[in-house]
Design a binder for this molecule. Structure first.
Ligand SMILES: NC(=O)c1ccc[n+]([C@@H]2O[C@H](COP(=O)([O-])OP(=O)(O)OC[C@H]3O[C@@H](n4cnc5c(N)ncnc54)[C@H](OP(=O)(O)O)[C@@H]3O)[C@@H](O)[C@H]2O)c1
Length: 266
């Protein structure tokens, strides 16, 4: 239980993509700090298991909501289910990616990726900002990615959506600070999650971190900084070196090569 944290961000945290990976870890760590949890995911079995796990480890309320955020009417479906909850912390975590060449990807997948990674984030953030601003307290974490700053071949649309997320978070950080609302654009380094493994990352490299460490770093950075790159010192240094000191052309070539090798793009 963290009283200062619950005073600032209570009483409910809403986490999207909360069944697995970083989302499940956000839900757990926020519950351990004393926030009740609205956990949204489209994987019902995994969501129920995660919710049960959190309930068994904490004393907070956990409300699992089975919802496909890809639905155009996701907000209309969601809001009636949570109208009795005061959401003080929004974690825009759900995001999808598919590493590979751009041209063969289907229009349906590209549209879905754009919708989940940007429109869902935008509409949820807009909805809860209105309430938090009026209340003069709250927090919003938006999962961006190092890709949003680095750019890379084989990852173009994901990188573009994560750039949107980062800029939205950083800009709102400045706009909402005077209203007592903290916003963080969070860029996890490579994190061992089901999503990361499914992309073909082996999860074994020295730069790959656990979801637990990644989320601990996010929660520590919330309220202190408009953005945060999570990872080891080496990982964070590498990101800053690539983004601040290298010519754009060279940076994109290096990162594209890394992505191709790491995820075995052929
Ligand atoms: N892991 C990394 O290395 C890394 C690095 C940088 C940024 N990130 C960002 O961090 C966030 C979480 O990543 P992760 O690796 O933890 O992902 P993950 O392991 O794939 O988990 C994402 C969760 O979101 C759910 N989800 C996906 N689409 C959904 C939809 N339409 N409606 C409802 N739920 C949906 C997934 O359910 P299903 O599996 O059933 O679809 C899954 O439970 C993402 O925004 C990602 O871009 C991750």
């Amino acid at each position: 239980m963290d009283t200062l944290f619950t005073q600032k961000y209570g009483s409910w945290a809403l986490v999207t993509g909360a069944a697995m990976g970083l989302g499940a870890e956000f839900a757990l760590q926020l519950a351990q700090k004393g926030l009740s949890i609205i956990a949204i995911d489209n994987n019902q079995a995994a969501l129920e298991a995660t919710a049960q796990g959190i309930k068994s480890k904490t004393n907070v309320d956990v409300r699992p909501i089975h919802l496909d955020l890809a639905r155009a009417d996701f907000l209309e479906v969601l809001l009636p289910q949570i109208e009795d909850c005061e959401v003080g912390l929004l974690v825009n975590n759900a995001g999808i990616s598919k590493i590979g060449y751009f041209a063969p990807q289907s229009k349906d997948f590209l549209s879905q990726q754009l919708h989940i990674n940007t429109k869902v984030v935008l509409l949820l953030t807009h909805h809860f900002t209105q309430q938090m601003q009026a209340r003069k307290r709250g927090g919003i974490i938006i999962l961006s990615s190092g890709a949003g700053e680095l750019s890379s071949a084989y990852n173009a649309v994901y990188a573009a959506t994560k750039a949107f997320d980062l800029k939205l978070a950083e800009s709102l950080w400045a706009e909402l600070k005077p209203f007592g609302v903290d916003v963080l654009g969070f860029m996890p380094g490579p994190t061992k999650t089901p999503g990361y493994i499914a992309q073909g990352g082996d999860g074994a490299g020295s730069m790959v971190m656990s979801a637990q460490v990644s989320v601990q770093q996010a929660l520590k950075a919330l309220g202190k900084s408009p953005n945060y790159v999570a990872g080891s010192f080496l990982m964070r240094f590498g990101h800053y070196f690539l983004t601040r000191f290298l010519p754009t052309k060279l940076r994109i070539k290096i990162v594209s090569h890394q992505i191709k090798t790491l995820f075995k793009v052929s």
